[in-house]
Design a binder for this molecule. Structure first.
Ligand SMILES: *[C@@H]1O[C@H](CO)[C@@H](O)[C@H](O)[C@H]1NC(C)=O
Ligand SMILES: *[C@@H]1O[C@H](CO)[C@@H](O)[C@H](O)[C@H]1NC(C)=O
Ligand SMILES: *[C@@H]1O[C@H](CO)[C@@H](O)[C@H](O)[C@H]1NC(C)=O
Length: 620
């Protein structure tokens, strides 16, 4: 007996360091698994509560528990949990009276990154309404499209976006849409003011039965992602998704004592779901900014005691590009959550700004699978972990880049990629990991569904992303397939850009793609076009179309004139070679043009311009 005991104890003692060498990430894996299980249990509890416990209820509890705690810092002002709660009551009451909103009504928010975004959304949520978060960079055609895919009857816009609203006002009025501007006064007929009504409304709490029917499966938000064909798509975010995303901060080790810096746009899932909603879940303080500023960043962090930051690859690069100063490590930032940081930038960032835990994650707004880098592995976006995989089955399959489709065997099934091999990430659609799809766009929803993957009749969500698992089970993001590219932190759908280009009278067809530029994250827009019979390239008309219909980040900065466009066997335009050839006039024999924003036209791309881009005299 005694001997057994010592043997066992000895084994146990031995096994810890032994296990640690055999499974070097065991500790981190366990912490992550335990945290995830704890959160999973919480979600099940919320689901079962009657009425359903939503993130708004969580906010209300926080406002009751610590009403005077600062919720938002913004442009030198502080707004406590209590104040934001009251303000959102006023918004809800004003909208109830003015727009007759009730549970289930979708409302489009066309708002800048400011506190009113937060309390307007909270007000809507208190009424049980869903909110469509419109990107404030979009205009005209895109704006109307995004607005209509969520079938909202009401749009609420920031005062500073009045011009954009006016531009589409005739169409909105034709469709009987009510338009509200967050302003005290507006002389335009058909635009209602809202701020005056909000300030007159009562700040008394709203009865919970207004949202009695909201359940975990109800739509909470529509968040737009760039479509693979045509205009942006509205990804449907249910309350379940909202909760799941809100837990990311908790999984990363953020606590209620932390202060979060949000400078990413609130209309994207990073800023809204992981940032704002995550902060509500934690009951923490947010420092909100209209726009990211590299030069102000660390001063802001010091002044507001920021401890958690969010980033995208560009953010990190811009911060590393700022001139070195003394005392750069003098700040309290301890965790950075985001995605898209490259290994070299990552190391630079740590060297300069000190020991910050980076929590790199991979997830798509509408996807049913995500990863978090919870270990200290440079370059990885996460880890294959058997518990995670058990609950959320996924796999990598072989993908044909030329044909832009998965490789299938003789039985018509996909083939799993080997470890170390790049493959397309697909996540099995199950009860627990559903793929809800896009509002009012059955066709796009269907396009993201992949059937007969490993078995006849199975169903997977196609992420459209190429990843690689290494032999230690680390996950690496490789690339995105075909029809979108990422520039300045925004996804651009190539077909939307192509549609706009062909509005220029000289252009018959356009093949749009993204190309790498030395020293920049992502890919910049480029288009190979063929001209109409007998037409020359019209530098100024093309510029006009591009500038009036596309946000700056989506405009093709380079144009390549081709005699004809190469097609694949399945009549898709060939891109791989074009992407590789890029925009170097030394290598490309076709005429090349460059979008010159100062001259407001396309200009021939000379050696000189090419050199100036490479040396960063020309800023892209
Ligand atoms: C909730 O749903 C029931 C049944 O569909 C309906 O009668 C009731 O009016 C709804 N409540 C609200 C607040 O909309
Ligand atoms: C930051 O922390 C310091 C010291 O703990 C405190 O004096 C200061 O008021 C804090 N600043 C803000 C904006 O909370
Ligand atoms: C993953 O996290 C660790 C530790 O925080 C970090 O050292 C590593 O660089 C991260 N990987 C990426 C790609 O961010």
């Amino acid at each position: 007996m005694y001997i057994w005991f010592t043997v066992l104890a000895g084994l146990a003692l031995l096994s810890l360091p032994f296990l640690k060498t055999l499974f070097p990430y065991l500790g981190e894996d366990c912490v992550y698994i335990l945290r995830s299980i704890k959160l999973g249990i919480r979600l099940v509890k919320y689901k079962k509560r009657k009425p359903f416990y939503s993130i708004v209820d969580c906010f209300l509890d926080a406002a009751e528990a610590h009403p005077s705690k600062t919720f938002l810092h913004f442009e030198g002002r502080e707004y406590s949990y209590g104040e934001v709660d009251k303000q959102s009551n006023k918004v809800a009451r004003a909208l109830q009276a003015e727009a007759r909103l009730k549970e289930g009504d979708p409302v489009a928010l066309f708002l800048a990154n400011e506190p009113s975004f937060v309390w307007t959304w909270l007000g809507l949520a208190k009424l049980g309404c869903s909110a469509a978060l419109l990107n404030y960079n979009i205009r005209s055609r895109s704006l109307l499209h995004c607005f209509s895919c969520c079938s909202a009857k009401v749009i609420i816009a920031s005062a500073e976006l009045q011009d954009a609203v006016e531009e589409v006002l005739p169409t909105l009025r034709e469709r009987g849409i009510s338009v509200y501007l967050l302003s005290e006064a507006c002389s335009i007929q058909g635009i209602n003011t809202l701020s005056d009504k909000i300030s007159q409304a009562s700040d008394q709490p709203l009865p919970q039965d207004l949202r009695a029917n909201v359940s975990i499966r109800s739509v909470a938000l529509y968040i737009y992602t760039s479509g693979t064909t045509g205009l942006p798509k509205a990804a449907v975010i249910t309350h379940e998704r909202l909760w799941a995303a809100s837990f990311i901060q908790a999984v990363c080790g953020v606590t209620s004592e932390d202060v979060l810096y949000i400078n990413l746009p609130l209309y994207h899932s990073a800023g809204f779901l992981i940032g704002l909603v995550g902060a509500i879940e934690r009951g923490m303080t947010i420092f909100l900014r209209r726009k990211f500023s590299a030069s102000q960043f660390w001063d802001d962090c010091r002044k507001y005691n920021v401890t958690v930051m969010q980033y995208i690859g560009e953010t990190m690069r811009y911060l590393c590009n700022t001139p070195q100063k003394d005392g750069e490590r003098n700040h309290r930032v301890r965790i950075a959550i985001g995605n898209g940081v490259r290994t070299d930038i990552w190391s630079q960032f740590l060297n300069r700004f000190g020991d910050i835990k980076i929590r790199e994650l991979y997830a798509a707004t509408e996807g049913n699978i995500g990863f978090i880098n919870y270990t200290s592995k440079i370059g990885a976006v996460g880890r294959v972990n058997f518990v995670h995989r058990l609950f959320f089955p996924y796999t990598l399959i072989k993908f044909d880049i030329e044909k832009e489709e998965p490789v299938r065997n003789s039985e018509g099934l996909c083939i799993e990629a080997a470890k170390g091999e790049t493959g397309l990430l697909v996540g099995r659609v199950t009860q627990r990991s559903p793929f809800i799809g896009y509002a009012g766009n059955q066709q796009q929803t269907e396009k993201k569904r992949l059937r007969d993957v490993l078995k006849k009749g199975d169903l997977y969500f196609n992420t459209g992303d190429l990843l690689r698992f290494d032999h230690q089970n680390f996950v690496y993001f490789q690339d995105r397939v075909g029809d979108t590219f990422r520039w300045k932190g925004e996804n651009v759908a190539t077909s939307e850009v192509a549609d706009i280009l062909t509005m220029a009278h000289c252009i018959l067809e356009a093949n749009v793609y993204g190309v790498k530029v030395e020293g920049h994250e992502g890919r910049i827009g480029m288009a190979a076009v063929i001209l109409r019979e007998g037409e020359d390239f019209d530098c100024s008309d093309t510029y006009k179309k591009v500038a009036s219909y596309l946000p700056a980040y989506a405009r093709p900065r380079f144009i390549r004139i081709q005699p004809c466009l190469e097609m694949t066997g399945t009549f898709k335009m060939k891109k791989v070679r074009l992407v590789e050839e890029g925009f170097n006039p030394d290598h490309v024999k076709d005429p090349l043009y460059f979008l010159d924003p100062e001259k407001k036209m396309y200009v021939p791309l000379t050696e000189e311009i090419h050199r100036a881009i490479a040396s960063r005299e020309i800023k892209l």
